[in-house]
Design a protein. Structure first.
Lengths: 187, 345
């Protein structure tokens, strides 16, 4: 079975995506009792949220795997170039067609199973890189979907106005973030 | 009977011994706190009384900003120059309580009264004894910063409504050499530190403005009047934070793309839109929380954001838009945001 060679993190990732085989689920649920694994679970959900957010242009289509399988199934498979000809020719015997169909499905499954985890790994890897970069930008906290990243240009004005009065020793070093100078006289 | 008496004497002796040793322990930690508080007082005084000149960096995640500060005190008058060395050039020259800000790219001088005491390495307008109510203040290891031997002092928050701080003070003078803000896990969120420093023997020329020819520059005089805001209050402000300022201000909304062609003539052509915003500032002496209140004029998005040590939340309350900003953990901002009340008179 492929699952025995997967790491726990890969299984957690698959579980978060609803792609984990049922015989593996109880193992993952047990592992998720540990705080470290819960942190990984949270990370993967966070990554999922980022991936599905509007800003992430390079999202892999959720139907990617299904589409790949469909494309593979529709491809002709040549078992004997001389005897049978193109798959869709209609001259095959019933036995040949089902064999070829079986081979096509097996090939598609193999491709998905082999390429799938690696694709997921690449997805996760890229998303982690994005998250690492993201951390240096203003980031959201709070776990509900209602939390929105405030990419509001007005934020600079509030920050500047706050830093003028804050006794924080770090404030004045950030003094000139805004390009313009806010007039502060009271009319 | 005799045995009981002996036992009683034994117990009395033992308990007084234990009482003495625990008293000694609290006396020890108490005296360490006293020592640490004394260091804080030295830090506060050194920044005002000494002559020094140096470059320091401010670092937060992957951003750094370099500045240079020169401070002179002749026994009566203070003169200080702060230059921002990264990005757009900017300079602030202070004579006692008056600050002139130089903004060369729009050829503007801003003259204003000083509002906060604390430019690095100045710190702690607050009384260390007041701080000790909300922070455990203790001495830490000896160190070395920018070539100077120094002593570290830690301020550990007693609740989860504020951050911790670690300060390094120069051994001989007490001048603050490095400061760090620490989060709940003790990790550094931001820091500021001298990279090069000279104490004493500072040339007076170093506090003169770089921009000697300011003919034709715009001069603005900023004045602010405190206004007591009727009706707005924060019911659950974190303990130790008290209101230090309350005012109305005009905030300018600037367009995203400044007009390039006109900036060369030196005249700021782009007139930003302005709106009037009330601001209430609370502080515990180390950090501050600002509550901005304005009438809703356009649709805005509620949400929260964190940038280094600063947490921000924006939300709508009735006909008003509230923005809460502070160098405190998100839990504190949330607590403030959820307890703002308006009772119109």
């Amino acid at each position: 079975m492929i699952s025995s060679s997967k790491t726990m993190h890969e299984q957690i990732s698959a579980f978060a995506d609803g792609e984990l085989a049922s015989f593996d689920q109880s193992g993952v649920l047990t592992a998720l009792r540990a705080p470290a694994e819960r942190a990984v679970w949270d990370d993967y959900h966070h990554i999922g949220d980022i991936i599905r957010s509007v800003e992430m242009a390079a999202a892999v289509h959720p139907e990617f795997a299904a589409r790949t399988v469909a494309l593979l199934e529709s491809e002709p498979i040549y078992i004997e170039a001389s005897a049978t000809g193109p798959f869709l020719s209609g001259h095959q015997s019933w036995l040949n067609r089902s064999t070829m169909l079986g081979a096509a499905v097996a090939a598609a499954l193999l491709l998905t199973v082999v390429a799938g985890p690696r694709l997921a790994g690449m997805q996760v890897g890229d998303a982690l890189l994005q998250v690492a970069l993201f951390k240096s930008d203003p980031q959201t906290f709070g776990t509900n979907a209602a939390t929105v990243v405030l990419r509001d240009p007005r934020m600079d004005e509030y920050l500047l106005a706050h830093q003028r009065f804050s006794p924080s020793v770090f404030s004045n070093a950030q003094f000139s973030r805004s390009a313009t100078f806010a007039t502060e006289s009271v009319k | 009977m005799r045995q009981t008496l002996l036992l009683l004497k034994f117990v009395v002796v033992m308990s007084s011994f234990i009482a003495l040793s625990s008293h000694a322990e609290t006396a020890e930690s108490g005296s360490d706190s006293q020592t640490a508080q004394a260091w804080l007082k030295r830090i506060h005084s050194a920044a005002q009384k000494l002559n020094y000149s140096g470059t320091f960096i401010y670092q937060q995640s992957n951003q750094i900003r370099t500045s240079r500060i020169t401070h002179l005190f002749d026994g009566k008058n203070e003169r200080e120059k702060l230059e921002i060395l990264d990005g757009k050039p900017r300079e602030y020259i202070r004579n006692n309580e008056e600050i002139v800000s130089y903004v060369p790219e729009i050829k503007t001088l801003l003259v204003e009264k000083r509002v906060t005491r604390d430019v690095f390495p100045a710190i702690l307008a607050a009384n260390p004894a007041d701080l000790a109510e909300h922070y455990n203040i203790k001495t830490a290891e000896a160190g070395r910063v920018a070539g100077f031997d120094c002593q570290a002092v830690i301020l550990e928050p007693k609740d989860n409504l504020r951050y911790g701080y670690k300060l390094w003070a120069e051994n001989a003078t007490g001048l603050l050499l490095r400061a760090q803000t620490l989060d709940e896990r003790g990790e550094v969120i931001e820091q500021i530190a001298f990279t090069q420093l000279m104490i004493g023997n500072v040339d007076r020329a170093k506090v003169r403005p770089t921009f000697s020819n300011t003919a034709g520059w715009r001069v603005e005089n900023a004045e602010m009047t405190s206004v007591a805001l009727t009706g707005w209050s924060v019911k659950a402000i974190p303990p130790g934070f008290s209101k230090i300022r309350e005012m109305k201000r005009i905030i300018s909304d600037t367009p995203a793309q400044p007009d390039q062609s006109n900036s060369r003539t030196g005249v700021a052509v782009v007139r930003p839109t302005q709106r009037e915003v009330a601001q209430i500032v609370f502080s515990d002496g180390l950090a501050a929380i600002s509550v901005f209140i304005e009438p809703i004029s356009q649709s805005r998005t509620e949400g929260s954001m964190q940038q280094g040590a600063m947490n921000i939340t924006a939300k709508r309350q009735g006909d008003f838009w509230l923005t809460i900003v502070g160098e405190v953990p998100a839990a504190a901002i949330k607590q403030v945001a959820n307890s703002i009340e308006f009772k119109p008179r």
